[in-house]
Design a protein around this ligand. Structure first.
Ligand code: SMG
Ligand code: MG
Length: 369
């Protein structure tokens, strides 16, 4: 297919509830949506970079710049028959995985529609629903945290992830564990600790957690390998894994026993599937992380999570957990068994609503004009 036109939409949507991690509090979710047009079809991709370089070094502005100057020119007016064609053209661009992923994923959606299949089928997934949990941010008080967890448990989530940071760790995990002795529970520090905190992190071993996510430096694997030797609980890497190579290096040195795969952080669906396959070959479980996506990104995450080695529940919660009104429909709704159904219609299987796009949009680029 010859790619005829590409659009970037910079949008900003208020979150239904503020989300706080060890690196900051967010009230809204700005993001860039990419639309790729060819042969009367439109494919959509979501860029998971945030306004500031807090979770990773990419931002909305860096993604906009790299997409406009370097990535869009690689695909515009070119033929793309498969995602591999696009990945090959992006190989020259170092870093900027979230920018690359947004455009590559839009092409997956477009090509799946052109082939008359769902994204799930194109990826090789087999399930029609995926197990999910919810990630609970840092709250002003322990009581408010317990209320939020209780609310999500009542909604039917059967796996809870707690954000932790120094002075918001052992005590809050103990309180949640005492109230819900059987609940599958995991924690995520977003790099808030150092190896000197190993004694404190060892205290978490007593709570029967599924995993401890990215406790140490955002680019580290060496210290994590040291820490893993001192813990019973599996470590899971998020921020440190930027590519299939990083995944292999981390596993080779024992830096983690589980990997959180985020499509944006690793540079697109192709790389995400490669990490899935690598981990499957080594009996390392994976799960799909989340970046507070709109239904566009959520549909891609859900499709990815249908691959067989996504054995742990993903941070792919129901749409209502994130936004009062999403940019795309239909919404994802939690099933009784703590799963989400994955769309089986063509491509991503969600439709961006033009009026909402216009209402939430801050900036718009169309190439060629
Ligand atoms: O999409 O449900 C979601 C959020 C899941 O906790 C979540 N993501 O480090 O895993 C993570 C964080 C990053 C969020 S950036 C605000
Ligand atoms: Mg994380």
């Amino acid at each position: 297919m010859k790619i005829e036109r590409i659009e970037l939409h910079h949008i900003d949507m208020p979150l239904a509830h503020p989300f706080e991690t060890s690196f900051g509090r967010e009230l809204a979710r700005p993001c860039v949506l990419v639309a790729v047009h060819a042969g009367g079809l439109t494919g959509w991709g979501e860029c998971t970079a945030h306004s500031g370089p807090w979770y990773s070094s990419e931002t909305i502005e860096t993604a906009w710049h790299v997409l406009r100057e370097f990535l869009i020119p690689e695909v515009l007016e070119q033929d793309a028959e498969s995602p591999a064609d696009v990945v090959a053209r992006f190989r020259r661009v170092r870093g900027h995985p979230m920018a690359r992923a947004a455009l590559e994923n839009a092409l997956w959606d477009l090509l799946a529609q052109a082939q008359g299949v769902s994204l799930v089928t194109m990826l090789g997934g087999r399930r029609d629903r995926v197990p999910v949990g919810v990630s609970v941010g840092i709250e002003p008080t322990l009581d408010e945290l317990l209320d939020r967890v209780a609310g999500h448990v009542a909604e039917g989530y059967r796996r809870i992830k707690l954000k932790i940071k120094p002075d918001w760790d052992v005590a809050i995990v103990r309180a949640v564990r005492e109230r819900w002795p059987e609940l599958p529970l995991q924690v995520d520090a977003n790099s808030a600790y150092t190896l000197d905190d190993a004694p404190l992190l060892r205290e978490l071993d007593q709570f029967d957690l599924l995993l401890i996510e990215q406790p140490l430096h955002h680019d580290d694997i060496v210290d994590h390998a040291q820490l893993q030797k001192q813990l019973r609980t599996p470590l899971c890497l998020d921020e440190s894994i930027h590519s299939p190579e990083h995944a292999r290096w981390a596993l080779d040195i024992g830096a983690c026993r589980i990997i959180n795969i985020k499509v944006g952080r690793v540079g697109g669906l192709t790389a995400a599937r490669q990490i899935h396959d690598l981990c499957a070959a080594r009996d390392v479980p994976v799960w799909c992380g989340g970046m507070l996506e709109t239904n566009v990104g959520r549909a891609a995450n859900a499709a990815l999570a249908t691959l067989p080695n996504f054995t742990l529940p993903g941070d792919i919660s129901a749409s209502a957990r994130y936004y009062e009104q999403d940019i795309a429909e239909p919404n994802f709704v939690l099933n009784d068994d703590s799963t989400l159904c994955v769309p089986s219609n063509l491509g991503l299987g969600v439709d961006v609503i033009p009026e909402r796009l216009a209402a939430f949009r801050l900036r718009h680029l169309v190439v060629p004009e």
